[in-house]
Design a protein. Structure first.
Length: 346
């Protein structure tokens, strides 16, 4: 089975594709599986840096049928960057035997387009789950082999709400980002067996993720698409390459312990490749008994505060600022926390 490698490059601006020229000469255009990046916009409804990055990168993905996922917002110390996921030939000995007993693999896919009135609903969640289950089957792995399901999902604009044939889940375009992320995450949880059945989907949506969430979901929303773009990272015994992954979740925005626990499992001498994390302000307005003001700041959206706070914490642990920290973790870990996935190379 063909595995994948991940190459990371900082970007000078949202339209910067210079990383393509820095890939090893052995990587061909058809080997590009996905581009996952952080852009320096506000990460909100009108963040067109995500759209610009998608527009310039998507033509390079056409030969491979790959997809792009861009998350806006590099507040604080976070650096704009891209992670290029490319197909990696098997590492084999001269006699044809595998050099590694396992390896990192990836699969990308897309759901159908969603109607405006479907976004953020149980329909959104179930369609997402069906698509992910099919991708896992194609990978010939089990749900427990998956370390991260990273998704770019749509949001509602005023034009979509006005044109919708049925009432939408909200008329607030910013709130629609959260509903879309939540439904996507709940769909991931169902596909991975973290939510038991379809009744649990409804409970998770009604409780806004408190009664059901995924520790391996990473969802961000944007106006640049109408469906879900999906990237699955997993480990397979059928692959042979030096890339590995670990996953966990932060219980809150200052959960240093889980970050240290995950990074301590990286073997000595291994190369730290990338860390993917979700961040959000706890909706009860409290972190470990102390009041926070992220949800009540009328000047700056709470997700922007959370990205900056968690981004600083993770950058300090990781030793680099070109880390993927995405705001809005509804259903992606416990309330106020967020999923974490670590990729390294032995």
């Amino acid at each position: 089975m063909s595995g994948v490698a991940i190459y990371k490059f900082t970007t000078a601006h949202p339209g910067d594709v210079a990383g393509l020229g820095k890939l090893p000469a052995s990587v061909k255009p058809e080997d590009l599986v996905a581009v996952v990046g952080k852009t320096e916009g506000n990460g909100c409804v009108n963040d067109y840096t995500r759209m610009l990055s998608s527009v310039v990168w998507d033509p390079h993905l056409k030969p491979s049928g790959g997809i792009s996922v861009f998350s806006g917002g590099t507040e604080g110390v976070l650096s704009p960057h891209v992670s290029l996921i490319v197909k990696e030939p098997e590492y084999l000995a001269d006699d044809g035997s595998k050099l590694y007993s396992e390896g990192l693999i990836a699969k990308v896919g897309e759901t159908r387009d969603f109607e405006p009135w479907e976004m953020g609903t149980s329909i959104h969640a179930k369609v997402t789950a069906e698509t992910i289950k099919a991708l896992i089957t194609e990978l010939e792995i089990e749900p427990e082999d998956v370390h991260m399901v990273l998704v770019k999902c749509p949001l509602l604009t005023t034009a979509k709400v006005v044109a919708s044939a049925k009432p939408c889940i909200t008329t607030d375009t910013y709130k629609s980002m959260g509903y879309s992320r939540l439904a996507t995450a709940v769909g991931i949880a169902y596909a991975l067996g973290e939510i038991a059945d379809e009744a649990a989907i409804d409970a998770a949506l009604e409780s806004y993720g408190e009664e059901g969430w995924s520790s391996r979901a990473s969802c961000s929303s944007g106006a640049e698409l109408e469906n879900n773009h999906i990237v699955i990272l997993a480990t397979s015994k059928k692959a042979s390459n030096p890339y590995r992954a670990l996953h966990g979740y932060m219980a809150d925005a200052i959960d240093l312990k889980v970050l240290l626990d995950l990074t301590s499992q990286i073997p000595a001498g291994a190369e730290r490749v990338q860390i993917f994390a979700k961040a959000e302000p706890s909706t009860d307005g409290v972190i470990r008994g102390n009041r926070h003001t992220m949800m009540t700041d009328s000047d700056i959206q709470g997700t922007r505060h959370a990205r900056a706070a968690v981004g600083g914490l993770i950058s300090g642990v990781w030793g680099s600022t070109d880390v993927y920290v995405s705001g809005g973790a509804e259903g992606q870990g416990p309330m106020g926390g967020g999923s974490v996935c670590v990729v390294y190379k032995v």
